[in-house]
Design a protein around this ligand. Structure first.
Ligand code: GAR
Length: 218
């Protein structure tokens, strides 16, 4: 089985990277993490790549005079390794429109909210302040605007009484760790199409329960 060659771009902790590496360890998973890039030398997540024997490189944005030059260096590294899909996983640099266009529909991101709600930073605090009863995460194709683009996978998690930012973030993060491998698998299986800026997934029509919060037994 030819596995889809995936690069993961990180800036920090790298728990989503670790989830992707773990998923790829299964013999029947149709993708492999072939390269990890970080824009920060001190990104803790680099250790996950090293432990798994995955090539990693630091391309520090500070070493480049312009965003375009930084993006170009990323692009060169990705192409040199024959990367077919790029996963942003806590990569905290906005990529320029040229880069995003060049990798259109081969570049995905995970964000810790049910987009289009709460893009940007401080997601969980804003969700709590808004009083939403469900939070969640989104894996989407990247477009030039931040946290925008056709949605591949979403996971909903309840906001529970007594939640603070840390508790809600931990619940959402656990859902991220299931959502990102699912999105990568569906893409690697060739089941994901973008039509009219919406995602269609072959064979994904199934019944799902409606979840109420609070439950109607309350
Ligand atoms: C994750 O929660 C991810 O959704 C978020 O950064 C965290 C990275 O954690 N990304 C964004 O907010 C992008 N807008 P990780 O380094 O442990 O994977």
């Amino acid at each position: 089985m030819a596995r889809l060659k995936v690069a993961v771009l990180i800036s920090g902790r790298g728990s989503n990277l670790a989830a992707l590496i773990a998923a790829c360890a299964a013999a029947d998973f149709p993708a492999a993490v072939a390269l990890v890039l970080s824009n920060r030398a001190d990104a803790a997540g680099l250790a996950h790549a090293a432990r798994a024997g995955i090539p990693c490189r630091v391309i520090a944005h500070r070493d480049f005079a312009t965003r375009e030059a930084f993006d170009e260096a990323l692009d060169l590294a990705l192409r040199a390794d024959g990367i077919e899909l790029v996963c942003l996983a806590g990569f905290m640099r906005l990529l320029g429109a040229d880069f995003v266009t060049r990798w259109r529909d081969r570049l995905i991101n995970i964000h810790p909210s049910l987009l289009p709600a709460f893009p940007g930073l401080g997601t969980h605090a804003r969700a709590l302040a808004a009083g939403v009863r469900f939070a969640g995460c989104t894996v989407h194709f990247v477009r030039p605007a931040m946290d925008e683009g056709p949605i591949i996978v979403q996971a909903a998690v309840p906001v529970l009484p007594g939640d603070d930012e840390a508790r809600l973030a931990a619940r959402v993060l656990a859902a991220e760790h299931r959502s990102y491998p699912l999105a990568v698998r569906l893409i690697a299986e060739g089941r994901v199409r973008v039509a009219d800026e919406r995602v269609e997934i072959d064979g994904a029509a199934g019944q799902m329960p409606v979840v109420l919060n609070p439950p109607d037994s309350a």
